[in-house]
Design a binder for this molecule. Structure first.
Ligand SMILES: CC(C)(COP(=O)(O)OP(=O)(O)OC[C@H]1O[C@@H](n2cnc3c(N)ncnc32)[C@H](O)[C@@H]1OP(=O)(O)O)[C@@H](O)C(=O)NCCC(=O)NCCS
Length: 179
């Protein structure tokens, strides 16, 4: 199945609606957000990879372009958001193909690392695609009301090396909310 890669400006209202429909199906707790926007916590994707079949978006992820303070350095981070495969299309490795496309594009665009947040149960999905768990790190996000908060405890963070190989030591300040 063909992966479509589009910058945010190339996403027309029909595709936007089709992606949001699939996000609502897979993340029912996120319906109040995804019925209006694909931007989780206000973070708009810089570009998007998706797979369509029979008029539906059956697999999707977005990539946000963020400057993140890690230790004492600001790094250019390709943040992965909205990773979904519709239930009837799972177990075919579609998310692996989307993640590979996203990281190839991020490498081409000169990003330092990929970064994502997920449930521990999903670590294996990302690990099989070359992502590494960032354990024992303070991760600070800025909530919509401006207060600094830790990453929700249910989530882990994972990184993918791009222009840089070794993820720096130290706290990770997202300089905005998580995505
Ligand atoms: C994550 C996802 C995109 C992977 O799809 P895929 O490429 O088809 O991957 P697979 O189905 O081959 O593998 C996914 C594995 O993660 C598990 N998994 C997926 N979602 C899970 C969840 N919410 N909680 C626990 N385990 C989950 C599956 O059971 C499967 O494990 P198994 O192979 O041991 O059975 C798809 O499972 C999905 O859309 N999940 C719901 C949305 C989601 O949680 N997205 C990730 C946000 S970080």
């Amino acid at each position: 199945m063909e992966i479509i890669t589009l910058s945010e400006a190339e996403i027309n209202p029909e595709l936007d609606a089709a992606i949001r429909k699939s996000l609502c199906l897979v993340f029912p707790d996120g319906i109040s957000t995804f019925s209006k926007t694909r931007a989780w916590h206000g973070s708009v994707s810089s570009w998007t990879h998706c797979i369509e079949n029979k008029g539906a978006v059956i697999a999707h992820l977005g990539v946000v372009d963020r400057s993140v303070l890690i230790g004492e350095k600001i790094l250019r981070i390709a943040g992965i958001q909205g990773v979904i495969v519709l239930p009837e299309y799972r177990k075919k490795g579609l998310s692996d193909h989307l993640l590979a496309a996203a990281m190839n594009e991020a490498q081409r665009r000169g990003f330092d690392f990929g970064l994502l947040f997920c449930l521990p149960a999903l670590e294996k999905v990302y690990a099989r695609c070359g992502w590494h768990c960032l354990s024992q790190r303070n991760i600070i996000r800025v909530d919509d009301d401006g207060t600094e908060k830790p990453l929700p405890q249910k989530n882990i963070a994972m990184e993918y090396p791009l222009q840089l190989n070794t993820f720096p030591e130290g706290d990770i300040h997202l300089q905005g909310n998580d995505w």
